[in-house]
Design a protein around this ligand. Structure first.
Ligand code: AMP
Ligand code: MN
Ligand code: MN
Ligand code: MN
Length: 278
């Protein structure tokens, strides 16, 4: 069985490895096809493509788009996207704008809690200065000893409902799916278990995503606990979605699984890659 891992990050968003380092790691780990899916940018795909050719591994060009669906932030992964497609490039550019202003507001909330200077700290950690995000704040909070690890930074300060959470308007679900599909890509709902929606809202979300052209949902992902896999497997089948698998790898020591290391999809599912020819 081919080892597909269709969700991974690099330094072009909030990962710790460069696109080249990520691809080389995946090749060493025996991954056959890897998607680079940085948040709201396709910047790393060119470098990843060169590295993949050298390493003899298949690169699936991807992106993970931040979406506001009502008050809920969703992530939509685009696979086999065309980074030169105008609507995608322009749409991503628009959602990147505003990240720094949001980061300043996060820093203000942290300052009110007595933690000063976090904008500069997080900014220094972001390799791509357009892509400053909560992960960079989390790393900075660990660095200065405010929390013991990244998870604690989210649990105590940065997650929705916590004191330094700042709500933000991202792309609409409709736009995100359209930007992906217009260029010939496949829209995949990332880590649906992360949104913690009650069954009615969850079904509404899956229904909206499907109606707008979404084709697949992630079932096996580093952002689901293994005990969550069966429920999302059932929901994929019930709602007629293809299934995807990806580590959501951010870097050494920061992710539950390395690229390609998670369990394979259950036989009852149709993988999102079922009709891809190399
Ligand atoms: P942002 O796009 O700036 O809101 O950052 C979102 C990123 O923060 C996600 O892609 C994850 O990498 C990370 N993240 C979000 N929530 C959590 C959480 N509860 N625990 C750990 N990391 C998280
Ligand atoms: Mn991330
Ligand atoms: Mn995500
Ligand atoms: Mn991700």
């Amino acid at each position: 069985m081919d080892n597909y891992d269709l969700h991974n990050h690099s330094t072009r968003s909030d990962g710790l490895l460069s696109p080249t380092e990520l691809i080389e790691l995946a090749a060493r780990l025996g991954v056959d096809a890897i998607a680079l899916t940085d948040h709201d940018t396709t910047d790393g795909l060119e470098e990843a493509d060169c590295a993949a050719r050298r390493a003899g591994i298949q690169l699936v060009p991807g992106v993970e788009i931040s979406v506001s669906w009502g008050d809920t932030t969703l992530h939509v992964v685009g696979l086999r996207v065309d980074p030169r497609a105008k609507s995608l490039a322009e749409g991503l550019e628009r959602i990147r704008t505003g990240r720094n202003a949001r980061a300043e507001r996060i820093a203000e909330e942290l300052a009110k809690l007595g933690i000063e200077g976090t904008f500069a700290g997080a900014y220094a950690l972001a390799k791509n200065k357009q892509m400053l995000g909560r992960t960079h704040f989390a790393r900075h909070l660990v660095e200065i000893g405010a929390v013991k690890d990244i998870q604690a930074a989210f649990d105590k300060y940065l997650a929705k409902g916590k004191p330094a959470y700042v709500s933000h308007r991202w792309a609409s679900l409709e736009d995100a799916v359209r930007w992906i599909t217009e260029g010939g890509g496949v829209a995949v709902l990332a880590h649906p278990g992360r949104y913690r929606l009650k069954p009615m809202m969850r079904d509404e979300m899956l229904g909206d995503f499907k109606r707008l052209g979404g084709e697949a949902i992630e079932v096996v992902t580093g952002s689901h606990r293994p005990e969550e896999y069966p429920a999302w497997q059932r929901l994929a089948i019930e709602h007629g979605f293809l299934a995807s698998r990806g580590a959501d790898y951010h870097g050494p020591g920061e992710s539950p699984a390395e690229p390609g290391a998670l369990p394979h999809l259950h036989d009852s599912l149709t993988p999102v890659w079922h009709n891809w020819v190399q």
